[in-house]
Design a protein around this ligand. Sequence first.
Ligand code: 3HC
Length: 333
Amino acid sequence: MYTQAMDLINKNDNDHADAPDPVREQAFEARIAAGEFIEAKDWMPGHYRKTLIRQISQHAHSEIVGMLPESNWISRAPTLKRKAILLAKVQDEGGHGLYLYAAAETLDISRDQMIEALHNGRAKYSSIFNYPTLTWADMGVIGWLVDGAAIMNQVPICRCSYAPYARAMIRICREESFHQRQGYEALLTMMQGGTAAQKAMVQDAVNRWWWPSLMMFGPPDSESPNSAQSMRWGIKRVSNDDLRQKFVDATVPQAEILGITLPDPLLHWNAQRAHYDFGPIQWDEFWRVVNGNGPCNHERLKMRVDAWESGAWVRDAALAYAKQKTPQTTAQT
Ligand code: 3HC
């Protein structure tokens, strides 16, 4: 059901870009090697374009599906302040999805094609959004760990060789850092001033989200089919494993300040490596989730498709209004 989404594009529409052209390819590689940024109007090899479509569309879908696990807590937020923050955060995620769809559209794919691939299960989105949000503490932990992992992964994309993606990421990262901060602050409030039950709720949420957050960075480098080429092209600047390690190193001291225990008995500082060592990740769980069989995959996709279908009348009305309006506007100008 979930496939390598390199065939998202209707090939007939894009044959011009896929035809091999060794001279232009060499010039393109030289530009990449010189650290230049590629703009939408520039020539690029077909595989570079498809790799970007794959990554950017998956990223956009992740932002859009990422609204769902938090949205069911908006009406149950404990205070008006928390509700306003959560509402703003969920709206930000929607905005991020839209910037990213717009960035992908510059690569010769339509938004309808991307959305259809998401809805029919051909496109991937981040594994993390297939886990349930059981308590209010999950909102804090998602901000702290999930948005924290997202920032760690996304800051290097601000230097992605494809300029429209890099530009979109600059604004997204600014907003993501607010998301991470608000999550951490919500957890600090519960851990420092909360009841024993609230503290236990935070610990339980951390226990459930820690390992899936480490999985967000993708498979180990040795098993990542796309990494080598994406690194050569400057689409990815830091490898999956290096980002995961940076995340662990940054997060352990934050956990100590919070006063929670990370659920990994093998987690310890390795002075020789100057990094934290951590226990083995359950990659079979990761692939199960990525392949559509995580705890909430069906629920998330159904909710997304239902929202799209029940919004059809808004899109129809907007299109009908635009059609009606166009001749009048032209006549007036
Ligand atoms: N969830 C689902 N699929 C994943 C995944 C994950 N966490 N990690 C890897 N995969 C998939 C890849 O997409 C690839 O599948 P494909 O070949 O069919 O497309 C396959 O597993 C092998 O992985 P690779 O490491 O070879 O793939 P990439 O080189 O594309 O690296 C990535 C994966 C690191 C996620 C990279 O695509 C990336 O950096 N993407 C941009 C950032 C992004 O999409 N983040 C998602 C979270 S967004 C978010 O969290 C929103 C925030 O508001 C919280």
